[in-house]
Design a protein around this ligand. Structure first.
Ligand code: NAD
Length: 255
């Protein structure tokens, strides 16, 4: 991409990491379409208003990333309302804690449909549109520290986050000739609703230390540390970084 990107789509952006990325890209001068599910519409509209208050254009895309027709619709609406798409951040995800021996097929299918099919659909329809526009692009997906290392009670989540890395590497090879880069971010323990709700009564840090321990001196972090790396990866100067799954975890795991 030789010019500054202008228009982004971010999924799962009503709260947490997605919201932080949306606000950061707006600060960077980018117009942002934000997606989330209907039950989070109120919070999503607040994010739209925050982006508009920064002087950028923003639209809400209400719907489910696991449904093909809805993802196709997000892209069509963004192109028609904002004029194209330069950046896709496939951030939406869910986490559930259950031992594999107790996992139902329904639990498994739910995890796969949001965390993996959802990312595939966002990658596919964003890449198609970027290729059509012919001005390059940036595609990013949410993997995880648990996309690099297994963890007790998180087998299905780990499976999806490992798979996002494979998807990211393969698409990066397929679209490099169109000046589109594809990367994943791998957060460690970030303070959001996902981590505070993920286990039985434990605090975020207690939970993180049970899954992947760190020395007590290691700092905690909020979603802004992920927004910061995304802000860099979408810039034209990051053209030489593609197919990577980048760790942002305060040293909790070193690959
Ligand atoms: P979060 O739960 O705070 O936010 C996730 C958002 O995704 C929510 O707003 C939710 O409504 C939305 N969402 C869920 N299912 C959806 C669907 N089917 N369609 C559209 N939107 C949907 O979580 P977060 O901590 O901000 O996590 C964001 C991403 O980062 C996720 O993919 C998560 O797996 C990943 N991640 C988070 C952490 C962490 O420590 N918080 C660590 C590693 C990876």
């Amino acid at each position: 991409m030789s010019q500054e990107p202008r228009i982004a789509v971010i999924t799962g952006a009503a709260q947490g990491i997605g919201r932080a990325i949306a606000l950061r890209l707006a600060d960077d001068g980018i117009d942002v379409a934000v997606n989330d599910i209907p039950s989070n519409e109120k919070k999503l509209l607040e994010v739209v208003a925050e982006i508009q208050a920064k002087g950028r254009r923003s639209i809400p895309l209400i719907g489910d990333v696991a449904v093909e027709g809805e993802v196709r619709g997000f892209i069509e609406q963004t192109v028609s309302d904002l004029g194209g798409i330069d950046i896709m951040v496939a951030n939406a995800g869910i986490a559930r804690s259950v031992e594999l021996i107790d996992m139902s097929v329904e639990d498994w299918d739910c995890m796969i449909s949001v965390n993996l099919r959802g990312v595939m659909l966002c990658y596919k329809y964003a890449a198609q549109q970027m290729i059509k526009q012919g001005r390059g692009g940036r595609i990013l997906g949410a993997s995880s520290i648990l996309g690099k290392k297994g963890a007790m009670t998180f087998s299905s989540y780990c499976a999806t986050k490992f798979a996002v890395r494979g998807l990211t590497q393969s698409l990066a090879l397929e679209v490099s000739k169109h000046n589109i880069t594809v990367n994943a971010y791998c957060p460690g323990l970030i303070h959001t609703s996902m981590t505070s709700a993920s286990t039985s009564g434990q605090s975020t840090d207690q939970h993180g230390n049970a899954v992947l321990p760190v020395p007590p001196s290691m700092p905690g972090a909020g979603p802004e540390v992920i927004a910061s790396i995304v802000s860099y990866l979408v810039k034209p100067e990051a053209y030489f970084i593609t197919g990577q799954s980048i760790d942002v975890n305060g040293g909790r795991y070193m690959s």
